[in-house]
Ligand binder design. Sequence first.
Ligand code: ADP
Length: 487
Amino acid sequence: MAASEAVPYAKTGGLADVVTALAMELSRLGHRVTLLLPGYRGQTTQCVRREVMRFSIVMMETKAEVTVDEELLPVTEASHPLRVFLIRYDPYFDRPGIYQQDHHDYPDNLDRFTLFCRAVLHVLRTLTEVQGEAVDVLHLHDWQTALCSVYLRALPGQYKDLQSIKTLLTVHNLGYQGIFAAEEFGKTGLPPSLFSSSALEYYGSINCLKGGIIFADVVSTVSPTYAKEIITPEYGCGLEGVLSGRLDGILGITNGIDTKVWDPAQDSYLPARYTAENLAGKQVCKRALQEEFGLLKREVPVLGVVGRLTFQKGFDLLLEIIAELMSLDLQIVFLGSGDYELEQQLRAVQAECAENIGLHIGFDERLAHRVEAGADMLLMPSRYEPCGLSQLYSLRYGTVPIVRRTGGLADTVVPFRPSTVQSKSATGFWFTEASPDALLSMIMLALCVHKEHETWNAIMEAGMNKDLSWRRSARQYVEIYQAMAEK
Ligand code: ADP
């Protein structure tokens, strides 16, 4: 499995959680999994690290001396540990950021991830040829690894020895495609003929994800609804034609969560722990959250927001109704980082209503746990959401999600309706239109329902008791891997 992020090494969003949790669950199911990641700065873990490979890759005029470090991550209940290879080339990866610094992408991201992809294939070659290990499937995640499938299939002569390896490309977010100027094409080392509309060319630029979608043996995404959405112009981000051109379709497998890391009964980041049967600790978490964010300790619902500050997440919708929300009896806490404009707007509204709006700009994993636990409701008004993890964590923590009905949010939240209340299956609230009014109406409905303790508790309980583990989804991936390997 190759990815640009995985916990505990590097994380900017859900991808990092998904890659590690899936790899671990596959190990538990008895498969041998190796995770290949770039060796970024500051990736210290408790595991023993040793250098296992050293080779050079020629990139244009540069000869990059790559080293590969190995760590074995223990996986509970698995007979094999998860092997992690950190592919190191310090001029590219020993930097303060993963993709960017000071809100600007690194200008050499194409060089960085081209090198990573080529190094991944070099590692596979060493494993199969030198160490005699059989590799069945290379599971790729997002544009940063997509070129692996292009090299493998478009240059069969160069990678003759690896042709039996099948590639699965999972698209975690179509909004990030790895688009670069045409002049940079030479850096990929691919023949110029591949800079064409049937391969990597996209409106005059290079599009790494497009190449991956065309050349991967199988393409999947992270929820069934998103799989259907992305073949439409509304959600396809310009790649709907390429995606619907795949005769075998796009598979949609909903992400699970690591139920050990995200468990309110054992979470050491929380001031108190709790279960669906005994929720007293959640109240302690709420008080502590109000204090941590400097809010007035009032008996009002606290709404939490955790996420990357981007247009995708619908923060602008929320900002448009902030005045109306402040006229209601509630408090909001925001944890996020990203778009500079949104950061500034949030800072301004927080400064005006500091007693009822809490804000933490930055990436803070522990604080994310405390918001998930301490809030009463979680807001996710996403314009699109491939799967979404924050709402899954909130379900597990008894924090009722209010989400837009899109992608994985539609697949994982059972909306409040007379029928679902009666069957005790409702786990949250949906609104359909991506508008401030629709969001406001749904928050108001949730606030009304919150007053009816019995109904609210049933909603919390249904969410907390949901099986959100990786087991089912990991099995679906195994079925795909097996079908691919047998083809
Ligand atoms: P996406 O992958 O689009 O960012 P997800 O909801 O799938 O959205 O996953 C987001 C993940 O990143 C969750 O684990 C969430 O807790 C975490 N996260 C997002 N922003 C922050 C932040 N500022 N601090 C800590 N964790 C964050």
